[in-house]
Design a protein around this ligand. Structure first.
Ligand SMILES: Nc1ncnc2c1ncn2[C@@H]1O[C@H](COP(=O)(O)OP(=O)(O)OP(=O)(O)O)[C@@H](O)[C@H]1O
Length: 455
């Protein structure tokens, strides 16, 4: 069919020779024919679909490309049935309708057009992106992107190719040019210091599952659960935050702190933010990805290995203290040091300590708990913090002392008593600093080494 038969109301050719132009030279038509797509419905027969809107992109090589928006049922892994809006780009070929490898521009044009006609907001577009066939069909060259689509819609509107009163669209790329994920992250896009890198979609992740098909859980805490996942060929831990107790800002805060202290080498590497399903009833819309530590918490390690040599325990204690000292030097307060938030990994005979969980951590200021009535049970926190006083490095040192005290209780290594006592002084001013405690433990370690050599 000669594309010009569609007439000027359908598209405009900017450049190129008549009959030999590509879709890059064409702007979208004002009104595209709505196509009933009967076969399409058959093709997806298990789902109850009704085409809301369909459109063609006449400039592509194949004139029978059709985009459509339809309501759909989405059946998730756990068999929950949810209602979604879906998008399809199909192509009528000899054998009937089939999913097409449309050009990216083609998809954007037809989608943007449909979008404006249906008056959908960018939020809806991100829904399409998530559940569009392009997510499920690896052969489709590009995934949709809310930012691009919205801008495309604005372009089409501004240049008069799409009529309609739609004022739903704001040009998202003007806010944040660098990272399209800001379109989805909403509140982050308004922040000048918003993270520009490391924001991934959960579609890029593969959760590692056990033999029953359930996600492998690395651990659970009061704020959520940590699952094992793979990202490309990398294994990673993903911390999902309970919607009830966490805000997106909390997740971003933990991410930013982890990123700030990543270089100390004593925390999980490669922190990243992962957009999760915004409609998930359990977890909030962002998760925190990071290196999966191949080890166990100090708590577990103490139960399992109380009998490893004293020297190894002193080495472990020294590493813990040294990690806290390094983190303090970066201006960060952890505010939640406890045996469950310290992990031990073992490679051969060598132990390595990693501090995890920066959910309560702060940079360059302390943290004051407002509701102190229930704080008495948090025995790992300094007494003044439990009374509502703002935390500082000395309160972290108190918690560090509680950790050393726990190791002492399990292992009965008398050499740990003095470092413990100088940390858990009731009066903050009388507590040693983390770097002071590190030097003390170093001396103890050196003395033990000399003793071992002599014997
Ligand atoms: N990077 C990691 N690699 C492996 N396991 C991890 C990692 N991060 C956390 N875990 C596991 O998940 C558990 C819970 O994680 P985390 O302490 O961060 O959660 P939380 O909800 O903040 O806990 P809390 O109740 O202590 O505040 C940890 O105790 C640990 O067993």
């Amino acid at each position: 069919m000669n594309p010009e038969e569609f007439g000027h109301q359908l598209f405009t050719v900017h450049r190129g020779v008549q009959g030999a132009w590509s879709h890059h030279d064409v702007d979208m038509a004002t009104h595209l024919p709505v196509t009933p797509l009967p076969k399409y419905t058959d093709w997806h027969s298990p789902l109850d679909r009704k085409v809301l809107s369909g459109g063609r992109f006449p400039g592509d090589v194949d004139n029978n490309i059709v985009s459509s928006i339809y309501p759909s049922n989405y059946v998730s892994q756990n068999l929950l049935v949810r209602r979604r809006v879906g998008l399809s780009c199909t192509c009528k070929r000899n054998s009937g309708f089939q999913q097409s490898n449309l050009s990216y521009t083609g998809q954007l044009h037809s989608l943007a057009s449909c979008m404006v006609r249906e008056n959908y907001s960018p939020r809806n577009v991100s829904e399409w992106r998530r559940y569009s066939p392009s997510q499920n069909a690896p052969e489709t060259p590009h995934n949709f992107d809310a930012c691009h689509l919205t801008d495309m819609a604005v372009n089409l509107q501004e240049s008069g190719y799409i009529s309609g009163e739609s004022n739903t669209f704001t040009r998202l790329s003007e806010k944040k040019k660098t990272n399209p994920h800001h379109a989805v992250l909403g509140h982050l896009s308004d922040r000048e210091d918003a993270p520009r890198q490391d924001v991934h979609s959960h579609h890029q992740l593969r959760l590692v599952r056990d033999e029953y098909g359930l996600p492998v859980i690395l651990g659970k805490g009061s704020f959520g659960e940590v699952r094992l996942a793979s990202y490309g060929n990398k294994k990673m831990a993903v911390k999902y935050f309970t919607r009830q107790y966490s805000k997106l800002e909390d997740v971003v805060n933990e991410y930013e702190i982890l990123q700030h202290i990543e270089g100390t080498g004593c925390v999980p590497k490669l922190p990243s933010l992962i957009e999760t399903d915004p409609d998930d009833p359990d977890f909030c819309g962002l998760a925190l990805g990071m290196e999966a530590i191949d080890g166990v918490t100090l708590d577990e390690y103490l139960w399992k290995h109380p009998n490893i040599s004293n020297l190894v325990w002193i080495e472990i204690a020294m590493q813990i203290v040294s990690a806290i000292s390094k983190i303090h030097k970066k201006g960060v307060l952890i505010n939640d040091i406890k045996t469950n938030n310290i992990m031990i990994t073992k490679q051969g005979n060598k132990h390595e300590v990693k501090i995890i969980d920066f959910g309560l951590a702060t940079i360059d200021h302390g943290l004051a708990f407002k509701n102190t009535s229930t704080m008495s049970e948090f025995m790992h926190l300094a007494p003044e913090v439990r009374c509502g006083v703002e935390s500082d490095q000395r309160s972290d040192v108190f918690s560090l002392g509680v950790v050393l005290d726990t190791i002492l209780a399990f292992t009965e290594i008398e050499e740990l008593r003095i470092p413990t006592e100088v940390c858990v002084q009731a009066e903050p001013a009388e507590r040693i600093s983390a770097s002071g405690a590190r030097r003390l433990l170093q001396l103890i370690r050196d003395e033990m080494l000399i003793g071992e050599c002599a014997s």
